[in-house]
Design a protein around this ligand. Structure first.
Ligand SMILES: C[S@@+](CC[C@H](N)C(=O)[O-])C[C@H]1O[C@@H](n2cnc3c(N)ncnc32)[C@H](O)[C@@H]1O
Length: 267
């Protein structure tokens, strides 16, 4: 029988394998925050970066550009579908990165071997966040830098809102969801990191219409929930979205604001 943690990881793997092909389609919200995290950490040329829970490479690709040919970038993810797709993207783009299926809580890397550990929108899915952060700390060189992001307001926020208004209660956010800067900061301090800083970072993304926003919200881990909705709920959900927030009557565009927490720390 599977432990709770193993069961949770198995569900997360399935959830992200399902989303992997269309992941971050549309305006590229994850790609935006991947660039933001890499800019904030600013890895030096020739250094080593481990991107944990790398998904489709939102952090991996800008990190590879930052460290250059003399540097080394490795991405790991629990979902083999993410790893396969990202490996193909890297090959097609001629970008030199290593990709492996792996678990954030059991890193297959030597002690004090890496300059930077980055993890974008991953830690909320780890059953044991302290264990994962202990692993991040173990593999970082002394003085190495950590960068993590979590969602305060995610891309799918407005979809969840309309589903709730329709009386379809979406499943709650993962239990490890961190929305408060102080919670992220305390966690990093508790796990032995120094110089902890958490930045609140808003960004606005534009979608051509409610249908496009709905469709691109399926390019996230929320896809499994959205694909299980009946067609009438989908129709009414899109109609509610059209009537709602930020639609410019002239352009018909929808503007959605997201907010991330960007946590930076030193080992
Ligand atoms: C929301 S996605 C973020 C992907 C990418 N970092 C980005 O910013 O676009 C979360 C990713 O975490 C991965 N993940 C979840 N639990 C994991 C674990 N225990 N170890 C490694 N990856 C994990 C999922 O498979 C998924 O690809």
């Amino acid at each position: 029988m599977m432990s709770d943690a193993a069961g949770q990881k198995s569900r997360v793997r399935q959830q992200f394998n399902l989303a992997s092909a269309d992941y971050d389609s549309g305006p590229g919200c994850f790609a935006h925050y991947g660039r933001r995290l890499v800019d904030a950490i600013n890895p030096s040329p020739g250094t080593s970066v481990l991107d944990i829970a790398c998904g489709r490479g939102a952090i991996l690709f800008p990190a590879a550009a930052a460290v250059g040919n003399e540097g080394a970038v490795v991405g790991i993810d629990l979902a083999d579908g993410m790893i396969q797709q990202t490996r193909e993207d890297a090959r097609a783009r001629g970008i030199k990165v290593r990709l492996e299926v792996g678990d954030a809580e059991n890193l297959n890397f030597a002690d004090e071997s890496l300059d930077y550990v980055l993890c974008g929108f991953g830690i909320m899915f780890f059953p044991n966040q302290s264990r994962a952060l202990d692993e991040f700390r173990r593999v970082l060189k002394p003085g190495g830098r950590l960068g993590v992001t979590t969602w305060r307001v995610p891309q799918i926020h407005e979809v969840r809102q309309v589903l709730t208004e329709l009386g379809v209660n979406p499943p709650p956010y993962a239990p490890g969801w961190i929305t408060e800067p102080a919670v992220l900061s305390d966690l990093l301090v508790k796990c032995g990191f120094h110089d902890v800083q958490v930045i609140l970072d808003d960004a606005e993304f534009e979608y051509p219409n409610a249908e496009a926003y709905w469709e691109h919200a399926r390019g996230t881990g929320f896809r499994q929930v959205m694909d299980g909705l009946d067609t009438d709920v989908v129709r009414r959900g899109k109609a509610l979205l059209r009537d709602r927030f930020g639609i410019s009557r002239a352009s018909g565009m929808i503007n959605v604001t997201m907010t991330a927490l960007i946590g930076l720390a030193t080992r």
